[in-house]
Write a protein that binds this ligand. Structure first.
Ligand code: GLN
Length: 538
C-alpha cells in the first residue's frame, strides 16, 4: 500500500511548498521508491484553464490534456514523473462533482454536507489510482487558517485516521523570519501556525522552516518544544541561489532520511545528488551569457511563463551559457522601437497567447528576426503570428489574419470547422470557454531533411497542445514555394504542427508547447538547439 505525505503551508504563501514537495519526491525516488505528486487547490474555479496568467501564473498542461496548476510543472521537472489529469483538483471541481451527484439523486435524499460528502470526495481524489505507488505526496494549496482550505485539512485528518497514522505523514512548511532591527530570528509565527493546524486536528510530524539565514539550534529546540515535534524533524530550508540547489539542501538536512524513518522504511539506495550538483555549478558559475527576448502579453508577472523560462534556462545549461531573459511587453512595443529594443538580443521568442492585444508588435518583431536572420522560436500563438507575418509580407496576402481576432480578413488561421471543406466538425465551439481546446499530447510527423528532424532526431514526436485555432493546410504549397516549409504535420496530414524558414539560420514555429516537457536534467532538444543557434549568432 502507498504511504501518503501531506504538505501544508503556514504563515505566508509562496514559501515554496511546490518546490519542497518536488525535491522530496526526487530524493525518495533516488532512494529507490516510486512517488506520485498531487496538488489540491482551494479555489472555486473548476480548473485553472480559464484563470488569468496575470493572477495565477502559467496554466500547466499534462499529456492527458488537463489544464493544471503550475506546481505540477515543478513536480514533473524535478521528479520526471508525467503528471496526469487526476493529479490536480480544486474546490470548484470537488463541489461540481458532488452537486452533479446530488442532482442525479445519488445521495438518496440525504442532506448533502461538507462533512462527509465534500470530504469524502476529497479523500476519493487522494486515493484514486495510487495502489502502485510507494509514496503519494499531496500538497495543499493556500495556507492553514484560510477559510477555503478547511475542508481539505479536515479531509486529510480523516484520511490519516482511515489508513492508520503510521501510513500518513504531515509536513508543515512555515516561515521563520529574521528581524533586522533586533537582529533576531523569530519562531512565534511558526508556533501560531502549528497551533492553528492542531486546532483542526492535525499534528505535524515534520516542520520545514523557511528562513533567510541558518536557524540556530536553540531556536530549533524552541520550535520542537512548542510545536511538539522531534528536534530531528525540525528542518530548515535556507534561501538557495538557484532552485536546482533545493534537492541538495533538503538532502543535507536529511529530509528524506527522516521521512523514511517515520515510515520505518529502509533506504534502498544512497541518494544521487550528482546531476543537481552539476547543473547548480553550471548555473552559478557560468560567466558567459546571451540575451533572449520574450515578447508577450503577460511579461509583468514572473510566473506567467514559468515553464518557458525554465526551458530556456535548461537550454542554457545544455550549452554551458547563462540565458538572460529580456521580457518585452508586446502591447507597448512600438514599431519605431523594434530595432533599438532588439539590438542586443541573440534570439527572439514569441510565446503562446490569446486575443488581439499586442499582435502588431509581435508581427513586426517576427519580420525583424526573419529579415535580420536572428534566431526565432514561435510557440503556438507565436507560430500563428509568424504565419500571418509571412503571408502578409511574402505572399502579399495583405489581409491575412486569424479569425480569433479579425472576423473579416483572409483566415489563414482559423477554427477547423470554419475552413474544413468536408464539413466534418473536429472540435466543438460551445460558448462554454472551459474545455473547448485541443489539449494534451498529440503526435506529429517530421519531414525528412528538415531542420526540425535534425533537432529531434526522430520521425514521430509527441508534444503537448493548448489552442483552439489552427493554420489552414490549404495554404501549404503557397508558403513552401516562398521558402517557408511545413516541416511537421499531424499524422493525418491535416494540421500544420511545425514551420521553418529555408534561408534562415534558425527560424522555427511550433503549434505545440515544447516547454512543458523540458526538464533540468534532460533539457528539451528544441530549446537546446535554439540557444545554441543564439549563441552562434552573437
Ligand atoms: N490563441 C491561440 C489559439 O487558441 C493560441 C493559443 C496558445 O498560444 N496557446 O489557437
Amino acid at each position: 500500500m502507498a504511504r501518503y505525505i501531506f504538505v501544508t503551508g503556514g504563515v505566508v504563501s509562496s514559501l515554496g511548498k511546490g518546490l519542497s514537495s518536488a525535491s522530496l519526491a526526487y530524493l525518495l525516488q533516488s532512494r529507490g521508491y516510486k512517488v506520485r505528486l498531487r496538488k489540491l487547490d482551494p479555489y472555486l474555479n473548476v480548473d485553472p484553464g480559464t484563470m488569468s496568467p496575470f493572477q495565477h501564473g502559467e496554466v500547466f498542461v499534462t499529456d492527458d490534456g488537463a489544464e493544471t496548476d503550475l506546481d505540477l510543472g515543478h513536480y514533473e521537472r524535478f521528479s520526471g514523473v508525467t503528471a496526469k489529469k487526476t493529479d490536480n483538483i480544486t474546490t470548484g471541481k470537488i463541489y461540481s462533482d458532488v452537486l452533479k451527484k446530488e442532482r442525479k439523486g445519488e445521495y438518496l435524499g440525504k442532506t448533502v454536507q461538507v462533512i462527509p460528502h465534500i470530504t469524502d470526495r476529497i479523500k476519493e481524489f487522494i486515493k484514486h489510482d495510487t495502489s502502485k505507488e510507494d509514496f503519494v505526496i499531496c500538497e495543499i494549496g493556500g495556507i492553514v487558517g484560510d477559510i477555503e482550505s478547511l475542508p481539505f485539512i479536515e479531509a486529510i485528518r480523516q484520511f490519516s485516521n482511515d489508513i492508520g497514522k503510521k501510513n500518513a505523514l504531515f509536513i508543515h512548511l512555515t516561515l521563520v523570519p529574521y528581524l533586522k532591527a533586533s537582529d533576531e530570528i523569530k519562531t512565534k509565527p511558526t508556533q501560531h501556525s502549528v497551533k492553528e493546524l492542531r486546532s483542526i486536528g492535525v499534528q505535524p510530524d515534520i516542520i520545514i522552516c523557511r528562513s533567510e539565514r541558518p536557524i540556530p539550534l536553540e531556536h530549533r529546540k524552541k520550535i520542537s518544544l512548542f510545536c511538539n515535534v522531534n528536534i530531528k524533524n525540525v528542518i530548515e530550508t535556507v534561501d538557495v541561489k538557484t532552485i536546482y540547489e533545493a534537492p541538495i539542501s533538503f538532502a543535507k538536512e536529511k529530509l528524506d532520511v527522516q521521512v523514511l524513518n517515520y515510515f520505518k522504511l529502509k533506504s534502498k539506495k544512497s541518494n544521487n545528488l550528482t546531476p543537481w550538483k552539476k547543473i547548480t555549478k553550471i548555473t552559478l558559475n557560468t560567466k558567459k551569457h546571451i540575451n533572449i527576448a520574450i515578447i508577450g502579453k503577460y511579461v509583468e508577472l514572473k510566473d506567467a511563463y514559468k515553464s518557458l523560462d525554465e526551458a530556456l534556462t535548461h537550454g542554457g545549461i545544455a550549452n554551458n551559457i547563462k540565458v538572460n531573459l529580456v521580457r518585452i511587453d508586446s502591447e507597448k512595443l512600438k514599431v519605431s522601437e523594434i530595432k533599438s529594443k532588439l539590438k542586443n538580443v541573440s534570439g527572439i521568442l514569441i510565446p503562446g497567447g490569446f486575443g488581439k492585444r499586442g499582435t502588431g508588435g509581435k508581427i513586426e518583431a517576427i519580420k525583424y528576426s526573419r529579415i535580420n536572420k536572428i534566431p526565432f522560436l514561435g510557440i503556438c500563438y507565436g507560430m500563428q503570428m509568424a504565419i500571418i507575418e509571412f503571408a502578409r509580407n511574402q505572399l502579399k496576402i495583405k489581409k491575412a489574419t486569424s479569425s480569433e481576432f479579425d472576423k473579416t480578413g483572409v483566415h489563414i488561421i482559423g477554427l477547423m470547422n470554419e475552413w474544413e471543406r468536408s464539413g466534418k466538425k473536429i472540435k466543438g465551439t460551445d460558448k462554454d470557454l472551459g474545455g473547448t481546446m485541443r489539449l494534451g499530447s498529440y503526435d506529429a510527423i517530421l519531414k525528412d531533411k528538415s531542420k526540425i528532424k535534425d533537432i529531434y532526431k526522430n520521425r514521430l514526436i509527441k508534444e503537448r497542445h493548448r489552442h483552439r485555432y489552427e493554420v489552414n493546410i490549404a495554404y501549404k504549397d503557397k508558403f513552401e514555394k516562398k521558402g517557408l516549409i511545413f516541416s511537421g504535420l499531424s499524422p493525418d496530414n491535416k494540421l500544420p504542427e511545425i514551420i521553418e524558414l529555408k534561408n534562415h539560420p534558425w527560424f522555427i514555429g511550433v503549434q505545440f508547447h515544447p516547454e512543458f516537457k523540458s526538464r533540468p536534467l534532460s533539457p528539451h532538444p528544441l530549446f537546446s538547439s535554439f540557444i545554441k543557434a543564439a549563441k552562434n549568432h552573437r
